[in-house]
Design a binder for this molecule. Structure first.
Ligand SMILES: NC(=O)c1ccc[n+]([C@@H]2O[C@H](COP(=O)([O-])OP(=O)(O)OC[C@H]3O[C@@H](n4cnc5c(N)ncnc54)[C@H](O)[C@@H]3O)[C@@H](O)[C@H]2O)c1
Length: 396
């Protein structure tokens, strides 16, 4: 049970780049980091591409506006002069800025929490991984849906053989919010998502399916993706050459197969992520509309619905439990579970406890790099008229 007591000696001094007033994701970061009031304190920011709006927003959050900077370079330089300067930075800008901000943050000696998809190329990912190792800092990735406790339960049940050998991995992140083509030119947060220079090689493969792909890595912990075959299309034609819909077939090293449907034009669908893992004896299914439950089906037996908080759940699942059974949790708790782990991993890094970091289940830089591999392999496959592409090849 987690009732918000401290897990590290003192809260980290935390800052944000991006995530300003108009951003889609900024509030989720603040919910995650600040929910327990024991892991992080928000002390500095470069919230916005518009310096005036950044300052106004800092004031509206009751921050010290002298520490709400016009840009990240000024923020890192000014904070480095202070004894109580920022120690951890969160990168919540549009995709094309992640690499340069993360690099500058590590060079300034800060731990980093970065949005997905992390960067554009695996090469950039490997370079940043080497830099983080050199600077003795951690880079965490906000796959924000992966902190739901029932995903850890799914992982434990699969690892314990409760569905037998995994044969099929069935994934879906498909919603209908992208049906309205006019949003691409009107909404600030949508414009860069359909501009290849700013979003990268993909729209929904990066924006949506990197989440669900990481969650599949989380629950099928000992499986390795071998190759993918992807077909992608833009039903809203102005998004071409980016896609607003994609189907991906997957083959795993152990002979299992899978499929992913990623879409922003799944008209009318307001629930989005579904994960079904099918084994030789039974299946486990989770979706984000009923995130507190997990469906367990054994062939030939009545289906069971496991619920969050049930004391039959695995100890690691129970450790994430906050409100107690009967009371609904949701996305804020998922983010807070992740941020708690990020703080613990940073504290372990600072005290040199690598074993603690190895044992912690959280989205780290390797998972960020896998997200880049996923996008680049899928795009390469689709652009080669849907041929099989190895996941671990150089697809940059
Ligand atoms: N983890 C999740 O669940 C999740 C959800 C949504 C978005 N995201 C990711 O978060 C990132 C931001 O997405 P969003 O939807 O919030 O975008 P957005 O366009 O809604 O917001 C971007 C924010 O960054 C600011 N910004 C832009 N350029 C900047 C600069 N040079 N310096 C400082 N701030 C700058 C903008 O002013 C704005 O506040 C993207 O990488 C996206 O993929 C993740």
């Amino acid at each position: 049970m987690n009732i918000g007591e401290k897990k590290i000696d003192r809260p980290y001094r935390w800052g944000i780049v991006g995530g300003g007033r108009t951003s889609q994701v900024g509030y989720k970061h603040r919910l995650g980091a600040l929910m327990d009031n024991t892991n992080f304190r928000l002390v500095a920011s470069a919230f916005d591409v518009d310096a005036e709006r950044a300052k106004e927003f800092g004031a509206a959050l009751n921050m010290d506006t002298d520490r709400c900077y016009p840009d990240y370079k000024t923020m890192f330089a000014e904070e480095a002069k202070r004894e109580d300067g920022v120690e951890v930075v969160d990168v919540a800008t549009p995709n094309f800025l992640h690499y340069e901000v993360v690099k500058a943050a590590l060079e300034a000696g800060l731990h980093v929490i970065c949005e997905k998809p992390m960067f554009f190329s695996v090469k950039e990912g490997e370079e940043i991984k080497a830099l983080a190792e050199k600077m003795n800092k951690v880079v965490c990735v906000t796959y924000g849906f992966s902190g739901f406790p029932m995903l850890l339960q799914m992982r434990a049940m699969i690892a314990n053989g409760m569905i037998g050998k995994v044969n099929m991995v069935d994934l879906r992140y498909a919603h209908g919010y992208g049906c309205d083509a006019t949003a691409d030119v009107k909404a600030e947060g949508q414009k860069w998502r359909v501009d290849p220079k700013k979003v990268g090689k993909s729209f929904v493969l990066g924006d949506l399916s990197t989440h669900t792909f990481y969650m599949s890595e989380l629950v099928t912990s000992d499986m390795k993706l071998k190759e993918v075959l992807c077909d992608r299309q833009a039903f809203v034609g102005s998004r071409y050459p980016l896609e607003d819909n994609a189907y991906v077939l997957m083959r795993y090293e152990n002979g299992a197969v899978g499929r992913m449907w990623a879409s922003a034009v799944n008209a009318g669908d307001m629930s989005s992520q579904h994960i079904r893992i099918v084994g030789s004896k039974g299946s486990l299914e989770w979706n984000d509309r009923a995130c507190d439950t997990l469906i367990y089906e054994v062939q030939g037996e009545p289906a069971q619905v496991l619920t969050r908080g049930g004391d039959y759940n695995d100890p690691l699942t129970q450790e994430q439990e906050r409100l107690g059974a009967l009371h609904f949790e949701g996305l804020p708790e998922s983010w807070a579970n992740l941020y708690t782990k990020f703080a613990q991993v940073m504290a372990a890094k600072d005290r040199g406890d690598e074993e603690f970091i190895r044992d912690m289940i959280y989205p780290d830089i390797d998972h960020g790099i896998d997200g880049i591999r996923w996008i680049n392999a899928c795009v390469k496959s689709a652009d080669q008229n849907s041929t099989w592409v190895r996941f671990d090849a150089d697809n940059d």
